[in-house]
Design a protein around this ligand. Sequence first.
Ligand code: FNR
Length: 181
Amino acid sequence: SQYQIAVIVGSLRKESFNRKLANALARLGPQDFSFKQLEIGDLPPYNQDDDANQAAPVQRLKSEISASQGLLFVTPEYNRSIPGVLKNAIDNASRPYGQSAWAGKPAGVIGASIGAVGTALAQQHLRNILAYLDVPTLGQPEAFIHVKEGLFDDSGDIGAGSKEFLQGWMDRYVAWVKKHA
Ligand code: FNR
């Protein structure tokens, strides 16, 4: 594909709703986009002492990000912020200083929650981090996905109730990536 998107899911849980959302969103993308979920569960806890000698999983993460034309963050909200595993991935790939893998990569932020505010606070925290990392992040439309019956259909696609909204979100995300790539 012409546009490779690095997808970062903020949950390590096997049955993660956010992983399911990431899978379903990928299927709403156009032909010239491919979506790859990056592994973040095997990264070491970030330690600045390792900057000169980054572990293999960190090097892998950084090269996958560098090879991409865009980023898609799909994250749950943990205690009104982003999960620690996501922050750890962001920190690992942002170093050593001056060698961040994130800079300049256009991004979209989305998330699903069983709570009614649907990751709004986590997404705001994430936007703050991404702004510092010089990641141009799609502002609108915002998408705070409330997990409830029918969000996904039997094949794991987005259910009828949210399909049009999320297709619209994807179309805007695609345009954002193309504008910055
Ligand atoms: C949560 N959950 C949660 N939900 C929410 O809307 N706001 C929150 O602040 C939190 N906080 C929180 C903390 C921790 C440690 C856990 C484990 C969970 C609930 C959360 O939305 C729910 O567990 C989702 O299913 C997590 O996403 P995945 O793993 O399904 O992708």
